[in-house]
Design a protein around this ligand. Sequence first.
Ligand code: PLP
Ligand code: TYF
Length: 398
Amino acid sequence: MWKNIVAAPADSILGLTEAFRNDPNPQKVNLGVGVYKDDAGKTPILACVKAAEKLLLERETTKSYLPISGDPVYAACVQKLLFGEDGEVVANRRAATVHAPGGTGALRVGADLLKKFMPKATVWLSSPTWANHKGVFATAGFPLSEYAYYDPATKDVDFAGLTRDLQAIPAGDIVLFHTCCHNPSGVDLDQGQWREIVEIARERGWLPFLDFAYQGFGIGVEEDRYAVEQFAASGLDFLVASSFSKNFGLYNERTGALTVVSPTAAESTVAMSHLKTVVRVIYSNPPAHGGLVTATILSDPDLHRQWLGELAAMRERIVAMRSALVDGLNARGVAGDFSYIKRQRGMFSFSGLSDATVAWLRQHRNIYVVGGGRINLAGLTSKNIDYVCDAIAEALRS
Ligand code: PLP
Ligand code: TYF
């Protein structure tokens, strides 16, 4: 059947990983795919995860199916991470959470749910956004549109453009936001800006959908959820797609969650009933391991504390690499102000490098950067930072 069918193009970021893997040069550096690496260049299993896995191995008594919505202890833990220990949303049972396979699975479950009840909606994405957002929402059947977000001239949020666009989005459309650590720009909204956005959502009546893939990678677990708290306090309907791939290092365990927040507990019960029907026909019920690991860690005060420490270490290493990169470029007399790289948050930076520079770095220095100039700071280490700074300095001179 495939004889006359043209092959689909490879995912550009994963294609870059493939090319990196096949590159025999020992000095090669991968600043592409969004995976955390430690200073040895490895993506480690967190010690709290290993400890939780040991406990699970001893305690687990069955591999029977989980409920359609996943482990209820996991759902409660997710809600505490989103709304705090004594969040009003939790107390009033206004949130319905299902364990989804990764943040991507959560986005897709949310998209399929919304398509059933908002079939005519357009989904609005930030310009630019994570490429897979387009694929997920388009495949669920939504037309897509973009709102202004990143301004390459100021290397900051184009907030005037953003509010102008959000004010023009009609009621009944869906607006996707990056809660923190915007991928690919690294440029986040501040607290005052989030409050304005919540007000616009209230006035205009569009539905907010928060993609929360990097909780704890920005400033901290609590600081990073500011947007979630503000939308929760507004009493509006909204959705949150959580991912624990990065902050628990559980990439291949497909650990995420979709949380639908409603104005009342009665509505939340209805939302959960429809969430289950959506999940039932895609994967029936979620894989258990990652959710059980996360729930084990978050339910145990010692493991929880250990996780916060390990998460802080990942975040702080990335911040240190931001400084090392900016200082390294300045020390080499590279023209231009790179201080914006220090202001950006999370794993990524729109480095400001042109596609021509990106191509030069790959061809001449075996340094792999995504087209558009997005750098994964976690790919930098104390061993390769000088090599990378030398290479960028030379690329910008040539
Ligand atoms: N959303 C954003 C913005 C991401 O960057 C990612 C992963 O890179 C995801 C969602 C998906 O995460 P997961 O690997 O848990 O599916
Ligand atoms: O680097 C990024 O932006 C992501 C990373 O199944 C990624 O695309 C890679 C594979 C995957 C999910 C996310």
